[in-house]
Design a protein around this ligand. Structure first.
Ligand code: FE
Length: 357
């Protein structure tokens, strides 16, 4: 690999000590970014809710290739968005990275992002995985699938998200609470695909068939299936990948007893969401920010970016990992992901109306 000699580059990770990996976000309050200096300085400041070692390694590779230093501030997405809003034009942040389109949409909606124009990005990130005004770009794709007990459920019994509301699954469905933006985005996609009335009937049907009041995160639903509390969990694919590769043997054991099913393959497709990134409205290092997104969407980075967290690459020229390939290919919903943000408020309203806790 060609190494430039200008700087001994490094990534300054300004997260608090003891950060704990909790899915896509940390529980740590965000620290202050290093001063970016003038617009000429070779730096890019990132606010991110993806607390993954892979991201940090990729930032290091970016610095090695370009000489542009990456300053990273980690935090929960809502806190980072609030912080961007509070800091206004004085913010040091050039990029916002979040693990869900709903949050990127929220940032855009609040006027915190700006359009990024780049032929490389337009080539690397398909149109349906980026904002219609190019204010955010998907970097990794996650599918929200059905995970089932291989002992008690045959894949032939499964078909669609809609089928989960059939009385035959009464007391068998496990899914986390309506405060999860993943579920909000799932329902938002149904509003886009099927209209509001059908989306509401579906949400009501899920509540009626729940095995228990929603609690825990995605991995807890998988564990509850194996504990016999229910038969089918609605969850994101990468959590199963994380469990299969976990340092905790119990998680591995649970995951091995579970099957993955991509619903709606003969109808509207499986729901997908993205982890993505947008250039902040007040970015002082816009060129460097765009260079970093270009790098993260490149073939080389996409492979690492997606594989380490068992996600699907956003860049269609990059193959998914062997584990993901072993689950088979699938047809995703064909809506533009902007819809997930546009319909978020309505989805939350519906969940409240039908009593999805
Ligand atoms: Fe997650």
């Amino acid at each position: 690999m060609k190494r430039r000699s200008i700087v001994a580059s490094f990534v300054a990770v300004l997260t608090l000590a003891g950060a704990i990996l909790t899915g896509c976000s940390t529980t740590q309050p965000a620290a202050s970014p290093q001063q970016g200096g003038t617009s000429q300085s070779q730096v890019v400041n990132v606010y991110s809710d993806r607390n993954y070692d892979t991201d940090k390694k990729l930032f290091e590779s970016f610095t090695k290739e370009t000489g542009i230093k990456v300053n990273l501030v980690e935090g929960k997405s809502d806190e980072l968005i609030e912080r961007l809003a509070r800091e206004g034009k004085d913010t040091q942040a050039d990029l916002l990275v979040t693990a869900d389109v709903g949050r990127l949409f929220r940032a855009k909606d609040q006027g915190l992002l700006q359009t990024a124009t780049s032929d490389k990005l337009f080539k690397n990130v398909p149109e349906n995985l980026r904002d219609k005004d190019n204010q955010w770009f998907g970097l990794t794709v996650r599918a929200r699938v059905l995970v089932y007990s291989k002992d008690r459920v045959k894949p032939e019994q499964l078909s669609t998200y809609e089928d989960l509301t059939d009385p035959k699954w009464k007391g068998k469905i496990l899914v986390r609470s309506s405060s999860s933006v993943y579920n909000q985005s799932l329902l938002a996609s149904f509003i886009a695909v099927n209209g509001e009335d059908k989306a509401k009937a579906w949400a009501k049907g899920i509540v009626d068939n729940l095995a228990r009041d929603p609690k825990g995160a995605d991995r807890d639903q998988a564990k509850a299936v194996i504990a016999g509390e229910g038969d089918i969990a609605i969850m994101n694919t990468y959590y199963l990948g994380l469990m299969l590769n976990s340092a905790d043997p119990e998680e591995v054991k649970v995951a091995k007893q579970l099957g993955v099913f991509f619903p709606n393959q003969n109808t509207t497709g499986t729901h997908i969401n993205v982890s993505g990134v947008g250039v902040t409205k007040a970015a002082k290092n816009k060129d460097n920010a765009i260079k970093l997104i270009e790098f993260l969407s490149s073939d080389k980075a996409q492979k690492e970016f997606a594989e380490a967290n068992f996600e699907y690459p956003a860049n269609p020229t990059v193959q998914p990992s062997d584990l993901l390939k072993s689950w088979g290919t699938f047809k995703p919903q064909s809506i533009n992901l902007t819809k997930l943000g546009e319909n978020n408020k309505k989805a939350v309203e519906i969940m409240n109306q039908v009593g999805w806790k």
